[in-house]
Ligand binder design. Structure first.
Ligand SMILES: Cc1cc2nc3c(=O)[nH]c(=O)nc-3n(C[C@H](O)[C@H](O)[C@H](O)COP(=O)(O)OP(=O)(O)OC[C@H]3O[C@@H](n4cnc5c(N)ncnc54)[C@H](O)[C@@H]3O)c2cc1C
Length: 406
């Protein structure tokens, strides 16, 4: 493979910034241009549903690199510019300012976009993806204000926690019997339900939203399928995200729930790579395809992609990893339970919210684990998963058995 001179990165989040960094670290001396739709330096999103929403961190705290870094590393960052088309045969990217950029190699890091409620438009029906979204949501917080959160996923629950901490009256509406049940299984997910109720959230589970009630262009409440209406001063909708694939679909790349990439993060076009939320990756350790919408993937995939793109094939092998903070609960999750959510072994105390949960497959391999208010265990747990050790559930539950003796 020839050494590329011009590399274009489309995106402007964590994965884009880390790709530029990894390319320079791997010795790329040609041009690097980042085309970034948002009008900001690339920033990390986890704080915007946590410390930024709580007002304890600024956008500066969340930026991946200061402006100076891009100058010092000769990376051209074009913010507020959207890529509108890719021509793989001409090796060009068309931009919404009417210009186009040539490339030898292209990296896609376009991330995700929030799923919206169809046909609902009101300026106090809010979603959370960008820092501007967080500003609008934070403005709806306060004593005596009523916030309804549609969707009890990670984002919905983190918004609920930040809103409660600011004195807001919060109702969370979740279709499933337990929020996060689909990811954690009902037993562990119940910990999060109890946590929110203990903090005064009116958590309604097993409910179906019938309609957002809008009067004079503003939402005044949410009507449930049974007919009850919950009054609201603002509504936050957190019903998931979808990968931003329109651009790449038009370029003719193979797409199926994200852009299909091989183990080294290369797409079906030999000159185009994809990283972060958008990449549907052929994971060499898990032995199947997985698309991960987590901070750690956007942080770490770029190193493998950059090395591969520059000629050293480097499979990305990290297990999926994410974290969340809600009130005084902090947790980390590693692995992928994938169908084994209810087969859980707990080490510690669920009621005290201080435990490690392990998910086992039918052959008693640990496939995922989550530590809740227990720290510095992830590095010890990872090999238990990757080495596919067959474990004894009683020893797994015993806090006196070290992880390396499982
Ligand atoms: C509020 C919030 C909280 C989160 N909290 C956590 C957490 O606690 N733990 C965790 O593990 N993960 C968390 N995540 C998920 C994590 O932030 C994402 O997985 C990560 O941001 C993905 O990074 P990315 O660079 O792939 O995509 P993104 O961060 O989505 O960035 C993509 C960028 O590309 C731009 N773009 C898209 N199309 C174009 C185009 N055509 N031209 C130019 N630019 C374009 C977008 O505007 C965007 O700025 C959170 C996400 C959100 C939204």
């Amino acid at each position: 493979m020839s050494t590329p001179s011009d590399i274009v990165i489309i995106g402007g989040g964590l994965a884009a910034a880390k790709t530029a960094e990894a390319l320079r670290e791997n010795g790329h001396t040609g041009t690097i241009t980042i085309v970034a739709a948002e009008n900001h330096l690339p920033y990390e999103r986890p704080p915007i549903s946590k410390e930024y929403l709580a007002g304890t961190k600024t956008l500066d705290d969340a930026t991946v690199h200061p402006a100076e870094w891009y100058r010092a590393h000769d990376v051209t960052l074009r913010t507020g510019v959207t890529a509108t088309a890719i021509d793989p045969s001409a090796h060009t990217v068309a931009l919404d300012d009417g210009t186009s950029l040539p490339y030898n190699r292209l990296v896609l890091a376009t991330g995700s976009t929030v799923r919206r409620l169809p046909g609902v438009s009101a300026d106090n029906v809010l979603y959370l993806r960008t820092v501007e979204d967080a500003d609008a949501i934070a403005a709806a917080f306060g004593e005596g204000r009523r916030l309804v959160v549609v969707g009890g996923g990670w984002i919905g629950l983190e918004v609920a926690a930040a809103a409660r901490n600011a004195g807001t009256e919060v109702t969370v509406l979740e279709r499933a019997d337990v929020p996060l049940g689909r990811i954690l299984g009902n037993r562990v997910a119940q910990v999060f339900a109890d946590l929110h109720r203990a903090h005064g959230v009116d958590l309604r589970t097993g409910v179906e939203v019938d309609e957002i009630v809008i009067e004079g262009g503003r939402a005044t409440g949410v009507r449930l399928a049974g007919g009850e209406t919950i009054d609201a001063d603002a509504v936050v909708v957190g019903i998931g995200v979808t990968p931003m694939t329109e651009l790449v679909q038009s370029a003719g790349l193979a797409v199926d729930d994200g852009v299909l990439v091989d183990q080294t993060l290369r797409t079906s076009d030999p000159d185009i790579w994809a990283v972060g939320d958008i990449a549907n990756h052929d994971h060499p350790v898990l032995g199947r395809r997985i698309r991960v919408e987590h901070w750690a993937t956007a942080l770490n995939q770029p190193a493998a992609a950059a090395a591969s793109l520059l000629g050293t094939d480097t499979p990305f092998t990290n297990l999926p990893y994410f974290f969340s903070d809600q009130y005084d609960l902090g947790c980390e999750y590693v692995g992928h339970a994938a169908g084994h959510e209810e087969n859980v072994v707990v080490r510690g105390d669920l009621g005290a919210r201080e435990f490690v949960a392990f998910w086992l497959d039918d052959a008693r391999h640990v496939v995922a684990a989550m530590n809740v208010n227990v720290w510095d265990v992830v590095d010890a747990i990872r090999p238990v998963i990757t080495e596919r050790r067959v474990v004894d559930p009683a020893r797994l539950a015993d806090p006196d058995v070290p992880y390396d003796e499982l």
